[in-house]
Design a protein around this ligand. Structure first.
Ligand code: ADP
Ligand code: YYY
Length: 237
């Protein structure tokens, strides 16, 4: 299914832009699949959700009221954020504090929608995302909720990664080591998506966006299908 030019010694579209934009709901596999696609294609990787999580951490740390839109927007502008764009290292830091693990905490997951629905903060984070993409000469896999539609609507490849509600809840439960109750998972996955959907549409593919439904695929099959979509879109086969 995966073509030879995606083998370990080859680079897709060498020297040319190759932005692969991937959106989808929580637990659909965006982060893990995007990172593996980037690794195999030797592209940089950007987890934009981690930026919204970092801003949420920063607001909570500095006492910013998440309901105060102007204050959240101001925080987004001054936040000294560092984020790894390498597939080899996962690293997120604010003002020198490593928050890579902390931003995955259910406390952040349950607060992040308040930040993600603050439009002024979105504008600033989108600006930073575009800057990072340009710094990597537009050779990057970028994943989130509005990448195919707002951040890089002209990306070379645009995909919507979906999975059934049942699959997404199951995956998130396993990922969190079985520590969460059904109700907690429902709050962190389904209710959060419902809140986030009020500002961005990541449930239906926009024109030109290819849908990949991973409900009945395992991780490797999903990665291979994503690579086949990339191949088809950029090489037409
Ligand atoms: N196709 C798949 N089949 C089974 N598990 C998967 C699949 N894709 C991803 N996963 C697992 O599901 C969990 C959630 O994936 P993640 O990439 O964090 O999703 P998202 O970024 O969309 O929230 C991870 O533990 C990941 O390894
Ligand atoms: N481009 C993006 C990326 C994430 N968000 C929001 C929506 C989510 O609630 C949070 C966290 O995103 P993240 O991708 O880490 O969430 P999941 O891994 O899918 O649980 O940020 C967004 O609004 N726009």
């Amino acid at each position: 299914m995966t073509r030879e030019f995606f083998g370990p010694e080859t680079v897709a579209r060498p020297g040319k832009p190759l932005v692969i934009a991937i959106d989808g709901p929580s637990g659909s596999g965006k982060s893990s699949v995007s990172k593996e696609v980037a690794r195999r294609l030797k592209l940089a990787y950007l987890d934009t959700g981690a930026m919204y999580r970092a801003l949420t951490w920063y607001c909570l740390k500095t006492g910013v009221d998440l309901q105060d839109g102007a204050a959240v927007e101001q925080a987004s502008k001054i936040m000294p954020l560092e984020i790894s764009t390498s597939t080899a290292t996962e690293y997120v830091a604010v003002d020198g504090t490593d928050i890579t693990d902390e931003i995955r905490d259910p406390l952040i997951s349950s607060s992040v929608s308040a930040v993600a629905t603050t439009l002024g903060a979105r504008t600033e984070l989108i600006r930073r995302q575009r800057e990072l993409i340009d710094q990597h000469h537009r050779r990057m896999v970028v994943e989130g909720r509005d990448i195919t539609t707002v951040v890089v609507p002209n990306a070379e490849v645009r995909m919507l990664l979906t999975a059934s509600e049942e699959a997404r809840l199951r995956r998130r439960g396993i990922q969190l080591g079985g520590t969460q109750t059904k109700e907690q998972l429902n709050t962190q996955v389904i209710q959060r998506d419902a809140k986030d959907s009020t500002v961005v549409n990541f449930t239906q593919a926009a024109d030109g966006v290819v849908t990949l439904d991973s409900s009945d695929l395992n991780f490797e099959e999903t990665v291979e299908t994503a690579l086949a979509i990339v191949s088809k879109v950029i090489y037409g086969d």
